[in-house]
Design a protein around this ligand. Structure first.
Ligand code: 3SL
Length: 241
């Protein structure tokens, strides 16, 4: 197995796809996806385009669907939900499909959707993703941070590092044997530095600060927890987890 970390979807090699792609948007799309599926949601379907989301979701029975949309951190008007994982309670999501579009997370998912296997990861479900990698041993693995509008996001790269760190630890292979690019080593170093204070790291991150300005403090706390959910979001058909 060779791991590759890409800080943003735009940095992934063109016209290539790995055996396994892992999209990461800790704040907050992939934390929300894990939460919905763990709470009994029927599926999560992701869209980059809001009009397409509305059109497809309208073909679904209204009592079986929820629409979630985020732009600039805020909720899209007319949708039931924004992108806060804390709103996705079992009472609300159980048995329903979440149709979601967010600024960056859904773009990362679109970029890797043709890979043989596509997973989503956040700190909250990191262990489930690591367990999958250790069991299935895919040959090439891309861990792709969503970033923010094309630029680096501290929290996504730290989560990529958390995954790589656990794979190294559990496989007992040296990092240089698993690392397909230098970004893996730097992501592990970033995570190692902050693993006991991920909330502190989020407070330094530009998107963390943006969410704090929007009074999403509780979301940051929730998303900074590690290995609290056992769910493994895996793409079933393009865009559907
Ligand atoms: O950019 C995204 O995909 C979102 O996760 C951003 S936010 O945390 O919902 O603001």
């Amino acid at each position: 197995m060779k791991l590759f970390v890409y800080h943003t979807p735009e940095l992934t090699p063109k016209d290539q796809a790995p055996d396994c792609a892992i999209a990461v948007d800790v704040l907050r799309a992939t934390s929300t996806i894990a939460t919905v599926l763990s709470a009994g949601g029927e599926a999560v379907q992701v869209f980059s385009d809001l009009d397409e989301l509305i059109a497809v979701s309208e073909t679904w029975p209204s009592q079986k669907r929820l629409r979630a949309g985020e732009r600039g951190g805020g909720k899209v008007s007319g949708f039931e939900l924004g992108n806060s994982p804390l709103d996705c309670t079992p009472e609300l999501v159980e048995g329903r499909r979440l149709f979601i579009s967010t600024t960056n997370g859904t773009r990362a998912l679109k970029r890797v959707q043709h890979s043989a296997t596509v997973l989503t990861a956040a700190f909250i479900n990191r262990a489930a993703v690591v367990q999958y990698l250790l069991e299935k041993q895919p040959e090439t693995v891309w861990i792709v941070g969503s970033g923010w509008e094309g630029s680096f996001s501290l929290e996504d790269t730290a989560c990529a590092g958390a995954i790589a760190h656990a794979v190294v630890e559990k496989s007992q292979l040296p990092p240089e044997e698993l690392a397909g690019n230098d970004e893996v080593i730097s992501a592990i170093a970033l995570y190692s530095q902050w693993q006991n204070n991920l909330l502190g790291l989020f407070h330094h991150a530009s998107h963390g600060k943006r969410l704090l300005r929007l009074e999403c403090d509780e979301d940051l706390k929730y998303c900074s927890q590690t290995d609290i959910l056992t769910v493994l979001p895996m793409q079933q058909e393009p865009g559907v987890f």
